[in-house]
Write a protein that binds this ligand. Sequence first.
Ligand SMILES: Nc1ncnc2c1ncn2[C@@H]1O[C@H](COP(=O)(O)OP(=O)(O)OP(=O)(O)O)[C@@H](O)[C@H]1O
Ligand SMILES: [Mg+2]
Length: 330
Amino acid sequence: MMDDVLVMQGVTRDYPVGGAFAKKRTLRALRGIDLTVSRGRTLGLVGESGCGKSTLAKVLLGVEEATSGTVLVDGHPIESYGRIERAKLIQPVFQDPYSSLNPRMTVASIIGAPLQVRGEGTGDSRRKRVEEVAGEVGLPRHLIGAYPSQLSGGQRQRVAIARALIGEPKILICDEPTSALDVSVQSQILNLLHRLKQELNLTMILISHNLAVVHHLADEVAVMYLGRIVEHGPSQAIFDRAHHPYSSALLKAVLPPRPGSRLPELGLEAEFPSPLNPPSGCPFHPRCSNDDGTTCHEIDPEPSGTSHTYRCHHPDNFTQTAAQDQAPAD
Ligand SMILES: Nc1ncnc2c1ncn2[C@@H]1O[C@H](COP(=O)(O)OP(=O)(O)OP(=O)(O)O)[C@@H](O)[C@H]1O
Ligand SMILES: [Mg+2]
C-alpha cells in the first residue's frame, strides 16, 4: 500500500558467536519479523532485554544487514538507498544522550552537522535552520553556543532530537529515548515527542522495555519475544485486552500503582530463555501459565487475528485492564 512507509517481511538477523576456544554457533536475534508501519503512525516496540528490539532498529537504520527477508522503506528495498539518502529518510534517537553527543562540538554544530555533512544550504541558512529546530524541541536560545557538558540530561536529549529532525526525516527511530534520564525529565521528553509527531506528521518507532512509556505515544504496539513479534495491534486494544499471555504479564508489570515507584518483577516463572537455544513449539511455553503441555510444546503458533494479531494457542481472554489488576497503593 502507498501509505505503508515501512514494511518488513520475514526479516531474520543472525550473529555468529563463540570464538577461538568456544564452539562457533549462530544466535538468531530476529526470527522472521513481519511488520508494517503506516505514514504518520507511531509504533511502540516493547519486550524484555535481549528480545531483539535494538537489532530490529539497527536493521532499519542500515547499521546491520538483515540475514534474510525484505525491508521496504517508502516502497523500495532498503539496500537500494545510498547512505545519505537513507539518513535523510530515517534518523535515530538513542538512549544515552551523554555518549551520543560529541563533547568537543557546540550545540549549534551538533544540530547542524547533518546538513553540513551533506553540503546542504549556506552557512547562514544552516544557522537559521538550527535556530528553528532548536526552538521546535524547546531548547533555550542561549544554549545554542554551549557544549554538551554544560547541559542537563533532558537538554542533551533535546539536542539529539533536534539533530535527528533537522533534515526533515520521514521516520524517527527512538531506542529507549528516556531510560537514561531522571524520572522527572522522562515525561517531558515523551511529551515533546508526542507534540513533534503531531506537528511534523512523523512516522515513529518508539522502542522500550516498558509498556507504560509507550502508552500515551503509540498508536499501535508490537510486543517482541525472543526475536519475533508475538502480538501487534492498536495501542488501546492491547492495553484494554492483551491476548498473548506475555503481553498481559508485561502490562501488569509496568503500570506501578504509584508513579516513580520501582517496577515489579514480571512474575514469570522461568528465566528469559537463551536465544542460542530457543524452546521447542511456542517459545514462550516454559514461562506461560496457559501452557497445555502438548500442543504448546510441539507447535509454534502462527499469527491469528487481522488488525490485532497474536501468536498463541490459548490466548488470554480476560477483559480487565492492567490498571484494574493492580493491588491498591499502600
Ligand atoms: N553484535 C552482536 N553479536 C552477537 N550477539 C548480539 C549482537 N548484538 C546483539 N546480540 C544478541 O542479540 C539478542 C538481541 O539483542 P538486542 O540488543 O537487539 O536486544 P534488545 O531487545 O535491544 O535488549 P535491551 O532491552 O537490553 O536493549 C541478544 O541475545 C544479544 O545478546
Ligand atoms: Mg536495546
